[in-house]
Write a protein that binds this ligand. Structure first.
Ligand code: GLU
Length: 418
């Protein structure tokens, strides 16, 4: 029987390896191997045709040792408890590696949102918020957008939570619309962080973003913003994909034009331009390029394709796109990989700025936010680099050692209750 990929087992494997390599205390690490709480909810929704359907949802709170639980809400047909547990754990590691005062959590509903109308999605989001209301809150657990959710979803979360609490509670979630206390720079923050991470690792090897050939898998919020920002900074986008398929052009794709085309409601499979060829998602991953940026889902770079990749760098914009088995193949091949918990942390970093602005009832400028984001990522990159240099390890191991040692130390200082 074929092994079914379990993202949570994958995280445990990588964390175990980092704890051993970094010589970290295994006593408190045992806590980090388990989430603090898993909540499963059943969500009955009146569909537009009058029928009632029940959806399954989750909120997993992995750790709040370093601050309130923090993490997005995902709507996807394949979402299950193991995925949400893995995503919650990555959030704890992500917030620790960039040293912002949050723990980690994640939520999800098993649903294909493209099959629901806007009003059905609104009822589902509100019912889900109601179901998890008692365990979230501005100083408890702060949701945000993730795959297939956006500022509109957060507006419904915010309104439902505020109604239940009898007052406006803007700090209950991040990634909100600007009109409801959202932050400038939040929609593009994850993509901006991915581009900053790419720039930092290229600079480490004496290379520049200008002229670098990039392939991006996925054209949701993260993939599209990464493409646009990298394109504006002179990178050559040689391949892109979305759910409908992939496109490739060796002279470079116009990321602005393609973003506009997709915003108008089109799929990449419908995009035509001179020199553009239509290929499969598998072919996209094997395209000759300098930097491959997986910006879709987990389990994309595996032991099946890792040996055939034709890139020199991988920058993980998605959460968990590479399996532990693929990691060791990439290491042997000398492909440098910048891990998700650092590379895509720009989103949660600007979520943190949004939350701080909400608490202080202030608004900051886009310039200030982008500058602070770059400063935090540059500092975190230097922290990881110090471990990589000391241990002679991969950047994934370096990032995990930094994050886990912060989580373990916080647990040790606090001690065990009771
Ligand atoms: N969903 C994003 C992530 O995986 C953002 C989380 C947040 O802003 O809380 O990092």
């Amino acid at each position: 029987m074929e092994n079914i990929y379990n993202p949570y087992e994958n995280v445990l494997k990588v964390m175990d390896e980092a704890v051993e390599l970094g010589g970290l205390s295994t006593d408190m690490y045992e806590m980090i191997r388990h989430p603090q709480r898993e909540l499963k909810v059943y969500l009955p929704i009146r569909m537009d045709d009058g029928s009632v359907k029940v959806f399954e949802g989750y909120r997993v709170q992995h750790s709040n040792i370093r601050g309130p639980f923090k993490g997005g809400i995902r709507f996807h047909q394949n979402t299950d408890l193991n995925e949400v547990k893995a995503l919650a754990t990555w959030m704890s590691l992500k917030c620790a590696v960039v040293n912002i005062p949050y723990g980690g959590a994640k939520g999800g509903i098993t649903v294909d949102p493209s099959k629901l109308s806007k009003t059905e999605l609104m009822r589902l989001t509100r019912r889900y918020t109601f179901a998890i209301e008692s365990i979230i809150g501005p100083d408890k657990d702060i949701p945000a957008p993730d795959v297939n959710t956006n500022a509109q979803t957060m507006a419904w979360v915010l309104d439902t939570y505020s109604m239940l609490n009898g007052k406006p509670c803007p700090g209950v979630c991040t990634g909100k619309p600007l009109e409801l206390g959202g932050s400038k720079g939040r929609p593009s923050a994850t993509g901006r962080g991915v581009v900053i991470s790419t720039k930092l690792i290229l600079a480490e090897h004496g290379e520049k973003l200008e002229g670098t050939k990039i392939v991006i898998q996925g054209f949701g919020n993260v993939g599209a913003n990464t493409a646009r920002i990298a394109f504006h900074r002179g990178a050559v986008i040689v391949g892109l994909s979305d759910v409908s398929g992939a496109i490739r052009c060796k002279d470079g794709l116009d990321a602005d034009e393609i973003s506009k085309f997709v915003e108008e409601g089109h799929l990449l499979s419908e995009y035509e331009s001179e020199g553009v060829e239509h290929i499969s998602n598998d072919e996209l991953l094997l395209t000759d390029c300098d930097v491959l940026i997986p910006a879709a889902l987990e389990n994309q770079i595996t032991d099946k394709n890792a040996k055939d990749l034709k890139c020199r760098y991988i920058v993980e914009a998605a959460n968990g796109p590479t399996t532990a088995e693929a990691d060791s193949i990439l290491k042997d091949r000398g492909i440098v990989l910048i891990p998700d918990i650092f590379a895509n942390s720009g989103g949660v970093v600007v979520s943190y700025f949004e939350w701080v602005q909400n608490i202080q009832i202030l608004t900051w400028s886009r310039e200030q936010i982008n500058k602070m984001l770059e400063d935090i990522l540059t500092k975190a990159f230097a922290d990881i680099k110090a471990v990589v240099a000391k241990q002679g390890c991969t950047w994934r191991m370096g990032a995990y050692i930094v994050a886990l040692s912060r989580l373990i130390t916080a647990n040790e200082v606090k001690g065990l209750f009771p």
